[in-house]
Design a protein around this ligand. Sequence first.
Ligand code: FE2
Length: 295
Amino acid sequence: MIRVKKISHASYETPDLDKQTEYYTEILGLALIAKEKDAIYLANTVEHHSVVLRKGSEPKCLRIGFQISPNDDLDEFEEQTRKQGIKTIRKKDAEPTLADMVSFADPKGTIMEVFRAPEAQHHKFRAKGIIPHKLGHVAFHVTDVKGTTQFYCDVLGFRVSDWMADYFSFLRCGVDHHTINLVETGSNRHFHTAFELRDWAHLQQACDYLSANGYTQLWGPGRHGIGHNLFAYHRSPNGLITELFAELDQMKDESLGYFDPRPWHRDNPQRPKTWPKDPSAANLWGPMPPDEMMK
Ligand SMILES: [Fe+2]
């Protein structure tokens, strides 16, 4: 099958477009790369955009863009998707640099936008703000974690990295431990959007910078058990949660079947598994998420 290789962008609606744009540029340090009709395009890597913001009544994540390899055939991907009984739409020039995409809804209604990796852009990283390396993952609350996990594996080619009990799945489409994670809580909505930072020192700088600008931490810093990433969560101005992380587990060689060994692993080697519902799966350092995290 043709598998998606990488998350490319996430698109959101937000009531206060100016405030959210200011957060992404001045606080996170993404570059405002284009304004088009009602859309704001924000970039931080080789892609034209990593985040798209549009005005809407409620803050929500509407769409996620995934790249297949430049050598893969998009017609073939569409055919493979249709064969699974999924209704696809073909969109031409839907967004800058994305000349041709296949679009369809996942089981919770989020729109998947799949396209061949476009030609690399040459944005400079900004000099001000947190300046993440990249958009890392998007996590969702779901009503049907088994069905939605199956969809990402069967339709988009994701692999399961870990489960927490039977209600929280972590899925990879590249070397990173998770690009999508799904927690069953009784509703379908955005949980958090995560950006990768350099290391622990960068995370400390980011927490200080957030604090100096009036943003306090919701949970963390800590180190997750599942994925073993350093984490710190805060709320963006529209209420949606942002995670900043570093040192996420990576499986560099799928044929080996384990994540690159690290001193903080308790399994040796660390293979995909089902973790018990234990505090250490959430935070090896101790403190559990406050109730506020799940709102
Ligand atoms: Fe996360």
